[in-house]
Design a protein around this ligand. Structure first.
Ligand code: UDP
Length: 236
């Protein structure tokens, strides 16, 4: 089996973590992802994860509620730490070694972000979960995924979402939509697709890191993307 990429950043949005209070645990998508990660590790893939927090708090929604934007973004970043703790535990249940690194230092709960340490762990089959975004307000975890990918020399950013990739229009609102298998950075920036924030795309463009947007709910989609099978939209 030939995988196209060795070191990856998987971006998991907070929405993927939704439903943990209601669903049958073993069937939850996070368990499925954990199994796929275990499989990929056994094939030598080096996996880092940037986790979002939108299932709990987003800065933009909180500031609409009247919360100061900087405070709102810190609340958002803290929610990514909560999700990071959660997913680390799920991965540990599958005997996967994980290091949770936060850009906001809170050493009793998790490691502080350290680039050299992260690279070293990845080369030793440890999954590194980056939480806390990049540690600054006014950014999102999409941008954090691209920043971390650039820093650790990842070969691709994989954004797992609930849709199959990028469409010309919202497929929920229109039937006359086109699905894009491949796009270049400039097309995405010009057309301002809403699937990922534009700062993330321009970082990826400037550092020539491909981004694949795919439906993480499709069975084995993470593995299929890495094998170069027909899955998602590749922006490169
Ligand atoms: N956030 C931030 N700086 C960062 C990353 C995230 O301020 O570097 C805040 C921002 O308010 C954001 C929230 O954390 O809305 C949660 O992250 P995001 O919206 O990216 O989560 P996702 O949509 O992926 O679940």
């Amino acid at each position: 089996m030939k995988f196209l990429y060795k070191r990856i950043v998987l971006k998991i949005s907070g929405e993927v973590i939704n439903g943990i209070n209601t669903s049958n645990t073993e069937n939850h998508i996070l368990y499925t992802i954990a199994k796929d990660i275990k499989y990929l590790l056994s094939h030598g893939i080096e996996i880092s994860i940037v986790i979002g927090g939108g299932n709990l708090f987003r800065g933009a929604s909180l500031s609409k509620f009247g919360i100061n934007k900087v405070t709102a973004d810190y609340i958002g970043m803290l929610s990514t730490v909560i999700n990071g703790l959660f997913f680390k535990d799920v991965l540990n249940k599958f005997n996967i070694s994980v290091c949770l690194m936060s850009s906001i230092f809170m050493h009793t709960m998790c490691d502080s972000y350290n680039l050299d340490k992260a690279k070293n762990l990845l080369s030793n089959s440890v999954v590194v979960i980056f939480c806390g975004g990049i540690g600054n307000p006014f950014f999102t975890t999409d941008s954090a995924a691209c920043v971390r990918a650039i820093e650790i020399n990842a070969e691709i950013v994989l954004k797992g979402t609930k849709v199959n990739g990028i469409y010309s229009d919202d497929p929920c609102n229109s039937t006359d939509v086109m699905f894009y298998k491949n796009l270049n950075y400039q097309d995405v920036l010009n057309q301002e697709f809403k699937i990922m924030d534009l700062t993330a795309f321009s970082l990826a463009r400037d550092h020539n890191i491909p981004i694949c947007i795919f439906n993480i709910n499709n069975k084995k989609s993470l593995i299929r993307v890495l094998l170069g099978k027909d899955e998602g939209t590749l922006v490169s």
